[in-house]
Write a protein that binds this ligand. Structure first.
Ligand code: NBY
Length: 829
């Protein structure tokens, strides 16, 4: 009765202390409680790791409060929501980020220091959450931060891989992969939802059923696993809003193999059930593609099915009429990896909700938007029909139905142009009949986004030309961005304080356009001094890290020149290494007196190669072989050092980026869809040495060519240069450095042969030879610039000041307005 209910509510309020308090004393008390009751150590004796655990739980409690309030607020307001579907997220560490977004950094540091701990030391205890490969996955993480900060009603969905991206270990200069046991020491940043589970089904057959006199297709699945939700709260900055990243783990279901129990042996049946967990056990470490793997397809469907059951349940909690689904739900496909969501929603609407096919398809076209992250037609995902037919027979039927409808529509528009029809078809005929996931995604989405202006032009004129000509209105682009909360506030606290001091406000942390205000002080001598001081301290931190990990001592007066990203032929780490060999060769051949004029450099390279990518692995080995030679040459000394930083990940990036003077983004024009590393370096006042590729084109628009070192062929030159092939005039220096590698100057002659072959004559697909001269000129310009410290500092300030357009806040604002049609929903304080 209502009387009882009020009494109960009153009692609850009496018992509640109010919200957790954030003064240092309350924090201390909570930390010690967690030491005792969560970590189960004595409060009189616990180490740094245990202190990290206790502090994390204390922060987790605070996140949970805000998160409950946010979810309740969203439920009450019932706004249109966006669901971000991605198979990859590179979250990195959470402690510092959470504390800063909660606005309690100083209080925590105080509380800890009185207990005899140092905040920075505890933060270092945390391992990275590396549930992704590279740019695409870190972009998802940055966008979650912006969605939360800007109060959007958003949910992220993903997979909770037991093993994230492999650890890179270097032995004798070769990359070895080791498993990433990131969950072994517990994960305080997730909340296991044992009651939020859904069955996910696979295999089986499709049968026809008559229902109310009408024929229906029904899927009779053969296997079932359970998806369990793990919620990761994502706190916004300067707001109470805390949104959810929900990751699914696979667990055996009570009815896994629907027959085994009747027929088989008990032990086998149980062991078999355990295999269900393999679905979410491991992240595929290839950032190009892995086509035709059954486990990968299972992962994709497992993810899609669980997420959609959850999304539809949440909708149906409040609404009865599925026709309203598009008014309340936007589904964002992060590349084609989650594109099975399209046939899955169709299946639910048609087979389970019994909507008419046309009505269902109409809904589909209103809810999906698709972002692609690649430039290359070859990299587009294809699923072999055989595989799909055995794993998801009903989905294959639905895709065929969609394709028939698509082909009919197309014929109305373009007639019987069979070449074009077959290029555009969702089904690819050929040796291996397969489904083109991009074609499916484009046809069924209301909007197709590229990730930079140049990328979008290439999509429209090359990759998806056929589609663009018919549906130009579908095509948009949202230039990528990165979050200044992680990439300045968390990772570069000194620069953060300096910016706030000069702008007279911290508001730029939420309102990035204010950063442009720094332009006004670009020539101010006292800012210059403070700016250089901050940069020097960051370089010191980086130098200590280099010494600790590689034993190499580097000079702080040298230019720190960094290239850190996944290793790929198109990203041209090899061009960088050949340039370093050239620099070395010049120093060796110089008169002793001339060496004094050389600008000292510390060249830093880092990044992982996909385990099966042979050339990328050879590039890593070459880097080590060259480093071995240079670093031990007494003629060279501090003039040139080469360091490979192993196991590049988000935390390493947080340390390296603030300490870099120069960073390289040197892909062959037309190959990097956007690039986001460059934006992080830019924000931190590092100068760029780059080709006019991906988002760099827009960076040039923003800061001007004069404030960076631009080189190389332009997109439109590339096809002509490729046609010219071996008739291009390649500079002598290029032939010389390749020859040095070929002739075994750095050892491992046989091993490097095939690598050398890739850049000679007609084989030089990525145009290293053609771009070499212009690359060396840009490097010389950088040397010259570095000597003029005043000019360099001005360029550095203007880089930071010009980075505001590359905040993920701007990207998300654009998506919200132009693609998803959602509005902020701010939880009251
Ligand atoms: O996405 C990257 C692009 O190369 C980069 O230019 C862009 O800035 C970034 C964000 O838009 N792409 C990328 O990181 N791709 C992958 O990591 C990836 C992962 C898995 C698969 C393919 C690509 N796969 O086939 O599963």
């Amino acid at each position: 009765t209502s009387g009882e209910r009020t009494a109960k509510a009153e009692r609850m309020f009496e018992l509640m202390d109010g919200f957790l308090k954030n003064d240092p004393l309350s924090l201390q008390k909570d930390i010690l409680d967690h030491v005792e009751y969560t970590v189960a150590r004595s409060r009189f004796s616990f180490d740094d790791f245990e202190a990290y655990q206790a502090l994390s739980h204390c922060i987790r409690d605070r996140l949970i409060e805000r998160w409950h309030d946010t979810q309740l607020h969203f439920k009450r307001k019932d706004p249109k929501r966006v669901y971000f579907l991605s198979l990859e997220y590179l979250m990195g560490r959470s402690l510092s980020n959470s504390i800063i977004n909660l606005g309690i950094r100083d209080q925590c540091a105080d509380a800890l220091s009185q207990l005899g701990f140092e905040f920075e030391v505890l933060a270092e205890q945390e391992g990275d959450a590396a549930l992704g490969n590279g740019g695409l996955a870190r972009l998802s993480a940055c966008q979650m931060d912006s969605l939360a900060t800007m109060d959007f009603p958003a949910w992220g969905y993903g997979l909770r891989y037991q093993y994230g991206l492999f650890r890179q270990v270097i032995l004798d200069g070769f990359q070895h992969e080791q498993p990433d046991y990131w969950l072994n020491f517990g994960n305080p940043w997730e909340i296991e939802r044992v009651h939020v589970t859904y069955p996910v089904k696979f295999y089986g057959t499709v049968e026809e059923e008559i229902l109310n006199g009408e024929k229906h297709q029904v899927w009779i699945p053969g296997e079932m696993v359970e998806a369990v939700a793990y919620d990761n709260p994502i706190p916004g900055y300067g707001t109470r809003n805390t949104i959810t990243l929900r990751l699914w783990a696979a667990k055996p279901s009570n009815q896994h193999d629907m027959e085994a129990y009747n027929t088989g042996d008990y032990i086998d049946a149980v062991v078999n059930r355990q295999r269900a967990e393999t679905i979410s056990s491991i992240l595929y470490p290839d950032d190009r593609s892995h086509q035709g793997k059954e486990l990968r397809l299972k992962q994709q469907y497992f993810f899609v099915s669980a997420s959609l059951q959850d999304i539809i349940r949440r909708f149906k909690d409040v609404h009865k009429d599925l026709n309203q689904f598009p008014d309340k739900v936007a589904l964002q496909l992060n590349d084609t990896h989650p594109a099975l969501a399209i046939p899955e929603v169709m299946r639910v609407l048609v087979d389970e909700e019994h909507l008419g096919w046309n009505k269902a398809f109409d809904i589909i076209c209103k809810i999906f938007s698709f972002t692609t992250h690649t430039v290359l037609a070859e990299a587009l995902e294809k699923i072999p029909v055989d595989l799909l037919e055995s794993l998801l027979p009903r989905h294959l039927q639905i895709i065929y139905d969609i394709n028939s409808f698509f082909m009919e529509e197309l014929k109305k528009r373009i007639g019987l142009d069979y070449n074009r029809l077959s290029r555009m078809s969702i089904v690819e005929e050929g040796a291996v009949k397969s489904i083109r996931m991009a074609n499916l995604s484009i046809f069924c989405s209301h909007t197709v986004n590229g990730v930079s202006k140049l990328h979008s032009e290439l999509l429209q004129t090359r990759v998806f030309k056929d589609f663009y000509e018919l549906w130009p209105e579908k095509f948009q682009y949202k230039t990528n961005g990165v979050t200044q909360r992680r990439w300045i506030v968390v990772s570069n606290p000194n620069l953060c304080a300096l910016i706030s001091k000069w702008l007279g406000t911290e508001s730029w942390i939420r309102d990035i356009d204010l950063l442009m205000g720094l332009r006004e002080y670009a020539t101010d001598i006292s800012l210059h001094q403070e700016w250089r001081m901050v940069r020097r301290v960051n370089k010191m931190r980086l130098a200590e890290y280099i010494e600790a990990t590689s034993g190499l001592k580097v000079s702080l007066d040298a230019m720190f020149d960094v290239q850190m990203k996944r290793i790929h032929e198109y990203k041209r780490q090899l061009l960088n290494i050949l340039g370093i060999i050239h620099r070395y060769d010049c120093i060796k051949n110089m008169a002793k007196d001339d060496r004094r004029k050389v600008v000292p450099r510390v060249c830093i390279i880092g990044g992982k190669a996909a385990p099966g990518y042979e050339m990328a692995k050879k590039i890593i080995k070459l880097c080590h072989a060259v480093a071995e030679k240079i670093n031990n040459d007494s003629d060279v000394g501090d003039l040139l050092k080469l360091v490979f930083i192993p196991d590049y990940n988000v935390s390493v990036a947080e340390l390296v980026i603030p300490g870099a003077d120069l960073s390289q983004h040197i892909s062959t024009a037309g190959h990097e869809a956007s690039g986001t590393g460059s934006m992080k370096f830019l924000m931190n006042g590092c100068l760029l040495l780059a080709t006019a590729d991906g988002s760099t084109v827009e960076i040039i628009e923003e800061i001007g060519e004069d404030n960076m070192f631009l080189f190389g062929a332009k997109v439109h030159d590339v096809p002509t240069l490729r046609e010219k092939g071996s008739t291009i005039k390649v500079p002598l220096q290029f032939a010389r450095v390749v020859r040095m590698v070929r002739d075994g100057y750095f050892g491992f002659q046989d091993y490097f042969e095939s690598l050398c072959n890739t850049v000679e004559g007609n084989n030089d697909y990525y145009l290293l030879g053609a771009d070499f001269e212009s690359y060396l000129e840009a490097q010389a310009a950088a040397d010259k610039g570095f000597i003029d410290q005043e000019k360099w500092t001005r360029m550095s300030i203007l880089s930071t000041a010009g980075s505001s357009r590359f905040s993920s806040d701007r990207t998300i604002q654009d998506y919200a307005e132009k693609t998803w049609g959602i509005e902020p929903c701010r939880c009251p304080l």
